[in-house]
Design a protein around this ligand. Structure first.
Ligand SMILES: [Zn+2]
Length: 262
């Protein structure tokens, strides 16, 4: 089994044509012809996840977020992204990132969230032009019946294992048509408004996007960037395992949300 076999599978599962223009996706570091036995999935390559991959002899990391994300000119230990890449390269660990291709895939993160929260018949918020499969970024759909803001917040808390949830919402309001954009999805607010959504679920948004949501009367629910995407990392490992039963595939055990409450 070689790295390229896993790349081919990932490109069919999360086609790279679905990735945003600004993104950096696919095989980012590594040798396509290199042997692969051990694969680790994670949300982000950090000191913790890189160390785990090396300690457990991973040949390939499938990291949702790309490393590097912005171009780097030097591969030295002078700054964090290039130091991590240097370390992984020295240990022979390849890096693949599906990022926004996985966000937007037919069974990707946004589709999964839409299914989890009961948004029926979800459609992309930003459909790709002339895409035969009708795919695109974000999702929106109608709940089976309108729900109070507070009841909908309870659904989110239960599905995502949260004890509290940040939101911009009128507590006496109703939710019936919901937009979904995992991660930093604030830029999808206008698209959500355009298709008539009265609520949007995302990971994080800026203060000004929150003000905008309030002004436009859209209930905005902020799961946290990590929470809105990390659950899919197990799913990613499961999909790779299902396709390649002989590979040893695991989701990072050492990864955690860098943000906590104190
Ligand atoms: Zn993200």
């Amino acid at each position: 089994m070689i790295i390229q076999h896993v790349c081919q599978f990932l490109e069919s599962f999360a086609p790279l044509r679905l990735a945003e223009q600004w993104d950096n996706v696919g095989l980012i570091a590594g040798n396509r012809q290199g042997d692969v036995k051990n694969v680790m999935t994670c949300l982000t390559i950090t000191a913790e996840t890189a160390d785990e991959a090396i300690a457990k002899a991973a040949d390939l990391i499938v990291s949702h977020h790309p490393l590097p994300f912005v171009p780097i000119k030097k591969l030295t230990t002078d700054n964090v992204p290039s130091e991590l890449l240097w370390k992984l390269a020295n240990a022979g660990v390849s890096v693949y990132s599906p990022h926004t291709a996985f966000d937007s895939a037919a069974t990707g993160i946004n589709q999964t969230i839409a299914d989890m929260i009961g948004a029926n018949g979800p459609k992309p918020l930003a459909a790709l032009i002339d895409d035969a499969a009708g795919l695109g970024a974000g999702r929106y759909g109608k709940l089976s019946s309108p729900m109070s803001v507070l009841d909908f917040a309870e659904v989110l808390k239960k599905e995502f294992g949260l004890s509290a949830l940040r939101c911009v919402a009128n507590a006496s309001g109703q939710v019936s048509k919901v937009a979904v954009a995992c991660g930093s999805g604030g830029s999808f607010l206008d698209k959500a408004v355009r298709v008539g959504c009265d609520a949007m679920v995302t990971g994080e948004a800026t203060f000004h996007t929150c003000l905008d949501a309030k002004a436009k009367g859209v209930a905005l629910f902020l799961l946290g960037h990590y929470t809105s995407e990390r659950f899919a990392i197990e799913k990613l490992a499961d999909e790779i395992k299902k396709e390649f039963p002989r590979l040893n595939v695991w989701a990072s055990a050492d990864e955690s949300d860098p943000i906590s409450t104190c």
